[in-house]
Design a protein around this ligand. Structure first.
Ligand SMILES: [Zn+2]
Length: 381
């Protein structure tokens, strides 16, 4: 997502933080200070606020981890997680096929905040536990009470029935039992924009916290819209449906002269490099052409090959499209159980969308391959 930085990779999942999270954390730490109090006390309050902000970030991480774990239990891996002020966006490797799957995956996040709030409530001493609900704020009372209030707020806000919040996914899953997935997405996303405007208004006229809700919803909604758009063009197809199965592989010992003929014929532009039937890298056309003009035809493939991540046949085509976009590749190898089974190229995907349009949208929607490829490329920007 634009405006986010990669901070870690945990169990193969790339973790990003959106800039709005840093602003919110700073704001959260700062509002713990009091303007009318002594400065010395404010230093302590700021330290406590920073600790509190860090603890809330940990809770947000646990929230995303819960999504990832439940998705994994349903056989769906997570590629990356972007932390947003209200939780985040977890990019799964495949769209949950059953509404019940999406329902459980979505509910897992807010459930974590509510469970943490419940756990803290259990830890409170009698005096704190007896405090009236109205005293429960993000800035008043002891540390644990504030952390409980933050988790309660996060749990409840995330359950608001609007995309891209988890509640929006819950709503989509529930709607998907009765209507089709695209229609359910439109309703949930539409409510997302309503929530965005409503929370911006609330932020201006009452609690500024709502401004962050608005920002978070807007940032997530754009990412969601992009995913939905890509999915609309590619359907719920998997990589295996669009990949090229008949392909020429090369070995590291071959020279560019051996390969260049195929490129000229336009048969295949990028080549998987294999050793003992195992994939060791890719020979990309752009590398081949550069090396060819610099050093000639006798250069060995081993000097030009590049390591490239492999796609899986069961991966969502829309997701694979995203991977190609991020890496700026024209094709990527498809590997199953360590064996090369195909090659997914932009051209294959364009052909696939043409077919998909013909089958699902009628012949009027069919464009020629080149136009389709252009659309696909523009979608990938
Ligand atoms: Zn969530």
């Amino acid at each position: 997502m634009k405006g986010s930085w990669r901070i870690a990779q945990i169990a193969g999942v790339r973790l990003y933080v959106h800039w709005t999270v840093l602003i919110l954390s700073g704001w959260f730490a700062l509002i713990q200070m009091r303007l009318d109090d002594a400065a010395a006390d404010n230093v302590r309050r700021l330290a406590e606020g920073t600790g509190l902000a860090l603890m809330v970030l940990v809770c947000l991480l646990l929230h995303e981890a819960a999504h990832a774990v439940v998705a994994w239990r349903h056989g769906i891996g997570t590629q990356e997680v972007t932390l947003l002020p209200l939780g985040g966006v977890a990019r799964l490797e495949a769209t949950p096929e059953e509404p019940t799957q999406e329902l459980w995956i979505a509910l897992a996040g807010p459930a974590v905040h509510l469970a943490i709030a419940g756990g803290i409530y259990g830890l409170l001493d009698d005096q704190a536990a007896a405090m009236p609900w109205s005293a429960l704020t993000l800035t008043g009372g002891p540390f644990l009470l504030k952390l409980m209030a933050a988790n309660l707020a996060l749990g409840v806000l995330n359950l608001l029935p609007a995309m891209p919040l988890d509640g929006g996914r819950v709503l989509r899953a529930v709607l998907a039992f009765g209507t089709d997935y695209a229609q359910a997405t439109r309703v949930a996303a539409g409510l997302g924009y309503v929530l965005c405007v409503a929370s911006a208004a609330l932020g201006l006229f009452s609690n500024p916290l709502w401004l962050f809700v608005s920002l978070a919803v807007l940032a997530g909604a754009k990412a969601e819209a992009h995913t939905v758009q890509t999915q609309a063009a590619l359907g719920n197809a998997r990589v295996r449906q669009a990949m090229r199965r008949r392909l020429r592989t090369v070995t590291e010992d071959e020279t560019l002269a051996d390969v260049v003929g195929e490129v000229v014929a336009g048969e295949q532009l990028d080549f998987p490099v294999v050793r003992d039937e195992r994939l060791v890298g890719m020979l990309f056309q752009k590398d081949l052409l550069r090396k060819l003009s610099d050093e000639g035809r006798s250069v060995r493939v081993s000097e030009v090959l590049r390591r490239a991540p492999a796609l899986r046949p069961t991966q969502d085509l829309a997701d694979a499209c995203q991977v190609l976009r991020e890496l700026g590749c024209t094709s990527l190898p498809v590997v199953q159980d360590g064996h090369l089974v195909g090659l997914l190229t932009l051209k294959n995907m364009a052909q696939w969308t043409t077919l998909y349009a013909a089958l699902h949208l009628g012949s009027g929607a069919v464009h020629d391959d080149d136009e389709q490829a252009e659309q696909l490329v523009s979608l990938m920007r």
